[in-house]
Design a binder for this molecule. Sequence first.
Ligand SMILES: *Cc1c(COP(=O)(O)O)cnc(C)c1O
Length: 379
Amino acid sequence: MQWKIPLSDIDFGPDERAAVDSVLQSKWLTMGSVTEEFEQAFAAYIGAKYAIAVTNATAALHLSCVAAGLGPGDEAIVPSLTFVATANAVRYTGATPVFADIAGEEDLNISHHSIEKTISERTRAILVMHYGGYACDMPSIMELARERGLKVIEDAAHAVGSELGGIKLGIWGEMGCFSFFSNKNMTTGEGGMIVTNDEAYSQRLHLLRSHGMTTLTWDRHRGHAWSYDVVDLGYNYRIDEIRAALGIVQLGKLAVNNERRRRLTQVYREALQELTPQVAVPFTHHAGISAAHLMPVLLPGRTNRPGLMESMKSQGIQTSIHYPPIHTFTAYNGGKAKQFLPNTEDIAGREVTLPLYPAMSDEDVFSVAKAIAQALVPA
Ligand SMILES: *Cc1c(COP(=O)(O)O)cnc(C)c1O
């Protein structure tokens, strides 16, 4: 389908092509010096001591759960209004994800009150997800976690470059996980990163990323080692030099692109308020600086959402839903598990995500707002 206004669009140009070409010419494709450069640049950008590049954010979340010590018999509290990877990562370790509700119409993030009510004797960790790049209430969540001795892992897949109180998201908790999938704010095709300020976590994550081996092919290539020991049950979650090279260029463009996303979000807010004020826009009073990954809106109750999305589609405008809640999925007990998540269920039934990407024009935003206003007029 050829969209007039797609949901998202990547910003790739000659710099990305040159970066990839230079890796190809070097003939060293697997994890090496370009990956190290990407990790250092990313750590510096976030203000983290350590950054570990991995093959995708799902792997980043899995390794973080392993490093946090999650295993069979443990529980981790997660939002249900997130991508399924947040909860799957917990299950890979044998631990059980337990869902907490979101705050409400204004704040689509996991609520610290709901987290508190969900804590049991088995709870070991909290996984938060910064919806659309808007920060969770990290001061309250970190305080609660400290009181109860729980680890906090941030799913910051939407939040590369987001801040709260002058601190970047991803380093509020013990570990933060980022995604460089094709529709994220910066992309390497597939790719991910874990950040942490803790040396012990960093060492364990480095081992787990590559089979628990004490040296890398890269070390042996450079003559720094000739053999290795295997000291942990690790995985192959490595990134490669081609994607790391893309990441370096994309990171350089991030600040400007995020600024443009925030500006477009403001244009959306004004246009929607003027043309169709019955559509609610969450995060109006958000305190931090958002990476503005998504443009979520909430339709009035009883709106025919599929009909509205179909009408937008007929005008060449792509929309989406973030997210079908995890606790309703077949692989999560088909929603039969006892869960009381009234805010999640209300919001998930009314949410529509509108197009948002840096190359979008202000006129595009007005076209989208007009299309919604028209679609909402009773026929
Ligand atoms: C994209 C995304 C992921 C998964 O990222 P991958 O890099 O595709 O594995 C996890 N959580 C959230 C919230 C995401 O949006």
